[in-house]
Write a protein that binds this ligand. Sequence first.
Ligand code: CP
Length: 327
Amino acid sequence: MRYYTNVKDLGNLQEAIKEALEVKAHRYDYQHLGKNKTCLLIFFNNSLRTRLSTQKAAQNLGMNTIVLDVNAGAWKLETQRGVIMDGDKAEHLLEAIPVMACYADIIGVRSFARFESKKDDYEELILSQFIKYSGKPVFSMECATGHPLQALADMITIEEHKETARPKVVMTWAPHPGRLPQAVPNSFAQFAVAAGYEVVVTHPHGYELDPKFTEGATIEYDQMKAFEGADFVYAKNWSAYQDGYYGKNLEKDFPGQFNEDWKSWTVSDRQMAVTNNAHFMHCLPVRRNMIVTDDVIEGPRSLVIPEAANREISAETVIKRILETEF
Ligand code: CP
């Protein structure tokens, strides 16, 4: 594997999950793979879990790690060709990428959707330039349209906790004061379908995701109906994907236009009561009492900490595969 940007890069997902569980049981057994190799982690956006877990994963594999926060200490980067650079951006990505690649054997990139252009976001303007111009293996640490390290960690977590062969997994939209990318829900839906689960996606009208990512899932606009019999509930906010509304918070940006009781979507005991004693999941960070109530996230069926712990394992599995095939 040279690039990791979506579920297809893993081949058979259930095989990858099995491999990840082996990695989890023997996480320091592969140090020879990364000896004298450097993993460069480039962040265009903030992070807690990805920053820590991916460094830990690379170090488990014997690698050196370098972390660069592009917006805190590096030169501001221009990303578009043809721009007259007379503003505050001192360096172009097209020089910066090959320079960064000089110091790295493998590169991880975090670059969220900017919501300036749906086309640029869905063509992964930043990530694709790293793939094109670095000459190095590249993996996504959450880019504009996907968060495949998070989704793999979530699948590992579901496999560890499922009580039936084919659990019902419900991904629900939930309220947020801001406008968040579609990366996490895109990847979660795509991975959960690929894992063979019964997948239901529930959200208010207007929050339909790119159908490319939800193919194979059932879309249900009635949240209570969606939750009935669920084994796992995955909550997440996302902004609108549809043309004309792309990147918008429909409640804040179009007040009164949508006939929706937004607050009723917060996951609480009311919805969890109709599930099959479902586990609660969220990628974190989470806005309590917007996305989920204190009681549910602190409850005995909450998996938010095991999911975060499995971020180390998903990253180690991916970097291990790159080291095994590319060096
Ligand atoms: N879930 C996740 O990617 O967390 P961070 O944004 O803190 O890395």
